[in-house]
Design a protein around this ligand. Structure first.
Ligand code: MD6
Ligand code: FE
Length: 219
C-alpha cells in the first residue's frame, strides 16, 4: 500500500460515480467540483472579451441559449449556417485563448472517461437562463470524429436528453448537476442529444444560470 502522505495530494483523482449513457458516453458525476471555481472565474474573463450573445439559427430563429467561445476556433451559427470561425464575428478579432488550466482539465477528464490524449482546441460556452433549452442535435461540425467531446455542467441542474444515431431513436434522460462532466466519443460521438428547458432557481456558484462548457477538437 502506498504511504498515506502528502504524495496523495498529487496522486490519482478520487473515483467518482459514473453513469454509462451508451458505449463511449459516460457521466462523471462531480468530476469538476474542485475545478469549478477556476472554470467559472475564466468564464467571467472570457465573456468580458467575447460577450455572451444569442446567435441566430440558419432558419432565422434566435437561440434561447446564449453562447461564447474560447480557443483557436469558436462555434457560430447565423444565416450562413453552422461552422467554426477563427474570429468572433461580433468583434472581428480572435476568440480569447483557451486557458491552459482548461485544456489540462479537459485532457484529464477525457482520460478518466476512456479517451486518453484529447487535445482540445475549442471550447463552446453555453449560458442557460430559465426556459432556455437546446433541441436534439448532433455535434458534427468538427473535423475529426475520433476525438471525443468533454462537456462540463456548472450551476443550476438541467435534464439532458441522450438519444441514438437517428433523430427518432428513443432518448434517455439524466440530470446534469453542478460539477458533472460528460465524456463522449467513439460509437456515441454522433449521438443526438439536447437539453430540456431550464427550470428557474438559484445556485450558490452561478445565481440564476446554468453554464455548460463543451471542449472539442474542431480543426
Ligand atoms: C449542454 N451539451 O449540456 C449542451 N454536446 O448544455 C451539448 O450539446 C453536448 O453535453 C456534445 C457532447 C456533450 C454535450
Ligand atoms: Fe451538443
Amino acid at each position: 500500500m502506498r504511504d498515506a502522505s502528502v504524495l496523495d495530494l498529487f496522486g490519482d483523482p478520487p473515483q467518482v460515480a459514473r453513469t454509462e449513457l451508451a458505449e463511449g458516453a459516460v457521466v462523471l458525476h462531480g468530476h469538476a467540483l474542485v475545478a469549478a471555481p477556476m472554470l467559472l472565474a475564466a468564464v467571467t474573463e472570457v465573456s468580458a472579451v467575447a460577450p455572451f450573445r444569442h446567435m441566430q439559427t440558419p432558419g432565422g430563429h434566435r437561440m434561447s441559449v446564449a453562447m461564447t467561445n474560447c480557443g483557436n476556433a469558436g462555434w457560430v451559427t447565423d444565416a450562413r449556417g453552422y461552422r467554426y470561425a477563427g474570429v468572433d464575428p461580433e468583434s472581428g478579432v480572435a476568440w480569447p485563448p483557451m486557458p491552459e488550466a482548461w485544456a489540462a482539465f479537459a485532457r484529464d477528464a477525457a482520460t478518466a472517461g476512456g479517451f486518453p490524449s484529447f487535445a482540445s482546441d475549442a471550447c463552446l460556452i453555453n449560458r442557460y437562463e430559465p426556459g432556455a433549452r437546446m433541441t436534439l442535435h448532433q455535434d458534427k461540425d468538427e473535423i475529426d470524429f475520433a476525438q471525443p467531446i468533454v462537456s462540463v455542467s456548472l450551476g443550476l441542474p438541467a435534464r439532458f436528453a441522450f438519444g441514438g444515431l437517428r433523430r427518432t431513436d428513443p432518448v434517455r434522460r439524466v440530470t446534469l448537476a453542478h460539477g458533472d462532466v460528460v465524456v463522449w466519443g467513439g460509437p456515441s460521438r454522433l449521438a443526438f442529444h439536447g437539453v430540456d428547458a431550464l427550470k428557474a432557481g438559484v445556485h450558490g456558484a452561478t445565481g440564476g444560470y446554468r453554464y455548460n462548457l463543451t471542449f472539442r477538437r474542431a480543426r
